[in-house]
Write a protein that binds this ligand. Structure first.
Ligand code: FAD
Length: 287
């Protein structure tokens, strides 16, 4: 296992994101996906955390399993909304005891239904970074939103809050986006605020337009009309959708690497093939 700050200092990183499985069958399927992606020798993989702690045990299980049973460095996502201090501290203590060295510190989202509101000692990712300051064990990442977080009052506020948390973290990973200029503008805006920490672009190869559009609506990212047109031109053929999705992701990745991105972070949706195909098209080495 390794600290992501050290991996980034040593060169480009290539990483994959998974979600904790909800069923036994999904667990087997995730195990297969991880086995299929292991030959790509990812720098690290990350495991998401369900809003309000809904996947707390499963995220922890998967992260710990990856750390113990594979040769891959894991990172645990952790959202702090709807958590009290004792919960967050006991989880961080357990990760530290298990030798986990990387945490993605997230604010998370408040519950939509007022009936689900739980006591919370935290509101923003920066509150979780306050907590993480007490732990030397962790390399800390934060989330960045190239097209501006949906709850930000405006672009300048978004960038100011991001710069403030990134100054105290080691790196950021972005929400997915489809045009390199969103990423490049974000990096320039952070530089103008005096922040030059590594920002890893989040890449989502499209395999299903409807799903990506729903995710984009939630995250504030836009699926540009030219992307929709390119996918809709092959809408009747799922294999062609996948081919076009991989082609667009590969073009974006190549542009980002050429522009100096410190690596690539793939949203896998717990499947391996689109990521493997993008990897192969980019000519990235496998073991
Ligand atoms: P925060 O930094 O908490 O900011 C949220 C909003 O508040 C922004 O508008 C920001 O400008 C504003 N803000 C921040 N700090 C302050 C402050 N001190 N005062 C006033 N305003 C402030 N969600 C999950 O539930 N589980 C996951 O595993 C998960 N993984 C993610 C991984 C990545 C790479 C990304 C990009 C997002 C992920 N998310 C995840 C989504 C994330 O939880 C949402 O974006 C959430 O709405 C905000 O959390 P945050 O850490 O992105 O933002």
């Amino acid at each position: 296992m390794a600290r992501i700050a050290d991996l980034l200092a040593a060169g480009l990183t290539f990483s994959f994101e998974f979600s904790p499985p909800k069923t036994d069958a999904a667990q087997l399927s995730l195990g297969r996906t991880i086995a299929e992606l292991e030959p790509l020798a990812p720098s690290f993989v990350s495991v998401t955390y369900g809003a309000g702690g809904s996947t707390r045990a499963r995220t922890q299980q998967v992260v710990t399993w990856i750390g113990k049973e594979t040769g891959i460095t894991p990172m645990a996502h952790l959202t702090c909304q709807s958590h009290v201090r004792a919960e967050i501290r006991s989880l961080l203590d357990e990760y530290q005891a298990a030798g986990i060295e990387n945490i993605l510190a997230l604010g998370g989202d408040p519950p939509k239904d007022p009936a689900d509101v739980k006591p919370s000692d935290y509101a923003y990712a920066s509150d979780l970074i306050d907590e993480l300051d007490a732990y030397e064990a962790f390399s800390v990442g934060v989330a960045a939103h190239p097209e501006v977080h949906p709850r930000s009052a405006d672009r300048a506020t978004d960038r100011r809050e991001l710069a403030a948390k990134l100054r105290r973290a080691d790196f950021a990973i972005t929400q997915f986006f489809f045009e390199a200029e969103h990423y490049l503008r974000l990096v320039d805006e952070l530089a103008a605020l005096g922040v030059d920490k590594p920002v890893l672009p989040g890449i989502m190869p499209i395999t299903n337009l409807g799903l990506v559009q729903r995710m984009a609506d939630l995250s504030g990212a836009a699926v540009p009309p030219w992307v929709v047109e390119r996918v809709e031109s092959v809408a009747d053929d799922p294999e062609e959708i996948r081919r076009v999705g991989v082609e667009m992701a590969t073009e974006l990745c190549a542009d980002l690497l050429e522009a100096g991105a410190p690596g690539l972070h793939f949203y896998t949706l717990n499947r391996s093939s689109a990521t493997r195909q993008s990897y192969a098209s980019l000519g990235l080495p496998t073991r």
